[in-house]
Design a protein around this ligand. Structure first.
Ligand SMILES: [Zn+2]
Length: 247
């Protein structure tokens, strides 16, 4: 039987339960615009956003005696902030299973081939479709964005510290436009840490793609976010693997 031609046709991952909401992985190097695009997608499609480090911090604070989460928090002190793969999978699986009918955006996840394989196998087992949006940008674009990126410790109370880009005041560019608090540069956006994050992403990307595209048949779209490209948000609707949610 010929596969049905439709935007939501599953890959080779097996039958998809249409009642279970789609999962979109948004991946890309630091400075590619994952956070911005994820927020646009989430607003347009009424999806929730999963960020693995935030989930680890929430879990650790909700259950401080759990040795698994205590170990996870310990490991986030390493310069790259890696979480063990099994724990990362446990967290993403918990978030997915807690909301099977909620569209979900995985921001910056999976981070390697192990996480990609575990994710694809789990979603196939529960009949849920996965799609990937890979963001790219030229090295100069990425470096410029990291150099300019500031966060606000007052407006952004994300577990593990502020991480979402904040707008600077026009009159006093060192201050947050919303609350007047001095803006900060994220440690992970500086020199060696930024270079290490970039190198880690570059090293892991081929493995993620091999697993998801070639093993699991997951739809994969690439979107350049350089300033000379049309705004990513303007291309969202045509890229989007799920329909716009009616208001
Ligand atoms: Zn602020």
């Amino acid at each position: 039987m010929a596969p049905r031609a439709s935007a939501s046709a599953p890959g080779r991952g097996g039958p998809v339960n249409a009642a279970h909401a789609l999962v979109v992985a948004v991946i890309g190097p630091p400075g590619a615009g994952k956070s911005t695009l994820s927020r646009s997608l989430a607003e347009t499609c009424t999806a929730s956003i999963f960020r693995v480090r935030e989930a680890a911090h929430r879990a650790a604070h909700a259950d401080p005696v759990n040795p698994v989460f205590a170990a996870a928090l310990e490991s986030t002190r390493d310069p790259l902030g890696w979480l063990p793969d099994l724990l990362a999978h446990h967290l993403v699986r918990g978030a997915l299973d807690a909301a099977p009918y909620q569209k979900m955006i995985l921001e910056g996840f999976p981070g390697n081939d192990y996480q990609a394989r575990a994710l694809a196998l789990h979603l196939r087992a529960v009949g849920r479709q996965l799609s990937v949006i890979e963001l790219t940008a030229r090295p100069g674009t990425l470096a410029g964005r990291l150099a300019r990126r500031r966060v606000c410790p007052s407006c952004d109370t994300s577990p593990g510290g502020p991480r979402h880009p904040a707008a600077a005041s026009r009159a006093l560019p060192s201050l947050c436009s919303a609350c007047g608090t001095p803006l900060l540069v994220r440690d992970t956006d500086r020199g060696e840490q930024a270079a290490a994050r970039q190198a880690r992403y570059t090293a892991n990307l081929p493995g993620i793609r091999a697993v998801l595209v070639h093993e699991a048949g997951v739809p994969w779209q690439t979107l350049a976010t350089d300033p000379d490209e049309p705004p990513a948000s303007a291309r969202l609707l045509s890229l989007m693997p799920f329909e716009r949610t009616p208001l």
